[in-house]
Design a protein around this ligand. Structure first.
Ligand code: GLC
Length: 429
């Protein structure tokens, strides 16, 4: 019988499209941004060149303004919706990238520097590989710079997102209230166009109502030709997300580390930006809920949803933060309520749904982030429990997209790339 390690490697090889990797066949037939960064970590455990190539191909889609799009369509496969033809960025945004590659027009959590640091701390690179990594670091710097230039609406260095897809947690209840303001738009027959429910159980995916709103937001971006300043003024969804900002803060720390490691000069103002962001985060703290909230920029309201996002701050890299013990206490309250950690939404909430996408299921990328955060805060016992549960889930249900935290069953896509990759990375931790 094949070992799980062998299966994980085989999944990556199976999803490899010759230099970049599908998250899984059929359901996601293109290169997704944060998936690929985690995938690079998995490849690095057995093929460093291939790991670097994954990131190089992702950054081929980088826009001239620095943004790295959440999808790069190397093959223009029209079986997916919204596909390259629908986003139409090559026509709407003149010369959006250097190689005239079709992409989406929004971004995703910036985990590239985190993945690269993870690789460098574990494997030694040949000189040629280091030079390729240095080129990538310069591109990552442009991406982070773009956040502070174009997604910094309050000049607090807490950046905003324009679409639930940018958060990477598409239908999290975090966005329920915000989406109430978004029109459904009846222009397109979304029920017919969306392809995800052909390949995955509809009960495990976002509803069509939500999908209509996702697409309506994109319609608006297209109307403004993806001009960020126009979108700032006219978008129905604009939010400062704690999880996204926690990732960016940690990614900044790792990017500074990479600049120092390779003695690269131009760090811009990264250190100051990050320190300011940490300070300003305090404005989002609630002592009533004991959590950092999100901030709805349209309604000028803080949102305190009991989602997994609140724990991402553990990963942000500021272990001395005075609120950390309270956050860890809150996390501990969730533990006895489920059989498999970590649910993506509070198991105490009425909105908790153990098999619907980001409304309850366990996602291994989230587990990896929380695990890393807890290790940083010296909470190794719970961290190891999360790691053990993640491995157990793979053992009982295979390399799935996400899992039911109550019965451990697998949901969504199969032979999933980032699940396989994180398994490999944990074997090598
Ligand atoms: C879903 C997830 C997103 C991920 C993508 C590809 O849209 O919500 O985080 O990047 O699938 O796996």
């Amino acid at each position: 019988m094949k070992s799980l390690e062998r299966k994980a490697k085989d999944n990556l090889i199976f999803n490899d499209r010759g230099g970049y990797t599908f998250p899984t066949h059929n359901l996601y037939p293109a290169q997704w941004c944060w998936d690929s960064c985690f995938v690079a970590m998995g490849f690095a455990t057995f093929d460093i060149d291939r790991a670097i190539l994954e990131l190089e191909n992702l950054f081929k889609g980088q826009w001239k303004n620095g943004m790295v799009p959440h999808i790069v369509f190397h093959e223009n496969d029209l079986s997916y919706f919204p596909n390259s033809k629908y986003w139409n960025v090559l026509n709407l945004v003149k010369e959006c990238n250097n190689v005239h590659l079709a992409t989406s027009g929004i971004t995703q959590p910036p985990v590239a520097s985190i993945a690269i640091r993870w690789i460098i701390e574990r494997y030694s690179l040949e000189e040629k590989q280091s030079l390729r990594i240095i080129e990538l670091i310069k591109k990552i710097m442009l991406w982070h710079n773009w956040f502070y230039a174009e997604r910094n609406p309050m000049k607090t260095n807490l950046v905003n997102i324009f679409h639930p897809w940018e958060s990477g947690m598409d239908n999290s209840p975090n966005w329920d209230d915000l989406l109430k303001n978004v029109k459904t738009g009846e222009l397109l027959d979304i029920e017919k166009l969306r392809k995800d429910t052909t390949y995955a159980n509809a009960n495990e995916r976002p509803t069509t109502e939500e999908y209509k709103k996702y697409i309506n937001l994109v319609e608006n971006f297209k109307k403004f030709k993806f001009n960020q300043f126009e979108i700032h003024k006219n978008n129905q969804f604009s939010v400062i997300d704690t999880a996204f900002n926690s990732i960016l803060m940690r990614a900044n720390i790792d990017l500074i580390w990479l600049h120092d490691y390779f003695k690269i000069k131009n760090k811009f103002e990264l250190k100051t930006w990050n320190e300011n962001a940490f300070l300003n985060l305090d404005t989002l703290w609630s002592s009533e809920f004991n959590q950092y909230g999100c901030y709805d920029l349209n309604r000028k309201e803080k949102i305190f949803t009991p989602s997994i996002s609140q724990f991402f701050i553990l990963f942000a890299g500021e272990a001395e933060n005075k609120n950390i013990p309270k956050i860890i206490d809150k996390l501990k309250e969730w533990l006895p309520k489920v059989n498999y950690l970590m649910p993506s939404f509070s198991p105490y909430s009425d909105k908790f749904d153990p098999s619907r996408y980001w409304r309850g299921p366990v996602w291994l990328i989230v587990n990896w982030i929380i695990y890393e955060g807890l290790v940083r805060c010296n909470e190794t016992t719970i961290a190891n429990r999360i790691k053990d549960h993640s491995i157990k889930l793979i053992e009982i249900s295979g390399f799935r997209e996400y899992y039911n935290p109550i019965d451990g069953s697998g949901c969504g896509g199969r032979k999933f790339s980032w699940t396989s990759s994180l398994y490999l990375s944990w074997l090598n931790t």
